[in-house]
Design a protein around this ligand. Sequence first.
Ligand SMILES: Cc1cc2nc3c(=O)[nH]c(=O)nc-3n(C[C@H](O)[C@H](O)[C@H](O)COP(=O)(O)OP(=O)(O)OC[C@H]3O[C@@H](n4cnc5c(N)ncnc54)[C@H](O)[C@@H]3O)c2cc1C
Ligand code: SF4
Length: 333
Amino acid sequence: MHTFEFIRPADSAAAIAAAAQSKTAQQDADVRFMGGGTTLIDLMKLNVETPKRVLDINRLPLDKIEDTSDHGLRIGATVRNSDLAYHPRVQRDYSVLSQAILQGASAQIRNMATVGGNLLQRTRCVYFRDTTMPCNKREPGTGCPAITGHNRTLAILGSSEHCIATNPSDMCIALAALEATVQIQGTKGTRTIAFGDFHLLPGSTPHRETVLEPGDLITHITLPPPTAGSKHLYLKLRDRASYEFALASAAVVLTISSGNITRARIALGGVGTKPWRSPEAEAALTGKPANDATFRRAAEAALQGAKPQSENRFKIELAKRCLTHALRTAAAS
Ligand SMILES: Cc1cc2nc3c(=O)[nH]c(=O)nc-3n(C[C@H](O)[C@H](O)[C@H](O)COP(=O)(O)OP(=O)(O)OC[C@H]3O[C@@H](n4cnc5c(N)ncnc54)[C@H](O)[C@@H]3O)c2cc1C
Ligand code: SF4
């Protein structure tokens, strides 16, 4: 691993000022914040990330989970994934989030990993993690060997001719379905971004993954007030039962009244280049009877734009079945 300076900023202003000196907040950043380090240090050992300065943000006062005045929830960026998953209000009112976090990684990693870091975890595409290989995300303009190579686990939604990498997060799929917002503090003050606008599609700039600019510190995630009587489910399908990323997953938040679906929020994991909210599935569900025919129609709508690669055509049907089963199970709960 390369040498770097490890700094513990005294407060958020010092952290932001130091990070603002980086040439980018995306791939190739020369200053990085560190939460749990479970993504960053991993990638530094592989020389995929080579920051000259690492800013430990764990002493900043961003580790609280608090009720908002409208009965939503405000979650600090350094809250550990485990603490969030087991928080009583998350388990009661936002159970899809608790379920998603607990199906990710391992207990040890969840104890270290932070909310801010989880939002910014990087793809598990094997070429991205191997510096002997070209990769447009790691080194813009070098090409995408995954398109003609190993792409079984990669994306079928939102890809481009420049990158087909999957966003690997489970937590983010639940946050997309819950319509969370991301609070950011930067050199020009604070701003709030809708969760769906935080991650970017790869397009012709796959090295640019989020809207973050140099100096931007994620301070909080906010969840809107819960919808009374909503049913929550996160279903994750993967090659083995634990310690494995999703091949396909579905986060479902449904409200059903007299057998009809009155509100649906749907997001898919393991298939998209970003956490994949599906307005198409939501439209196909809303106002319809909560039955298998409706659920399958919603799944067809969600995957309508899917573009498979040479090794992952199976993901289209897998994702459809994943969403159909998640809807059926949530409706029956
Ligand atoms: C073996 C293994 C298995 C895993 N399995 C899964 C899985 O099944 N599902 C899943 O969802 N995840 C999985 N993960 C990923 C894991 O969830 C992430 O590594 C973790 O959430 C990252 O959080 P962190 O706090 O450790 O991030 P860090 O490594 O500290 O940071 C990650 C990135 O976020 C930036 N950052 C951190 N905090 C902030 C902030 N507040 N503001 C701005 N930038 C910030 C850092 O600069 C860095 O670029 C796995 C990880 C490993 C190592
Ligand atoms: S899919 Fe994206 S991350 Fe993977 S090799 Fe291609 S450009 Fe790199």
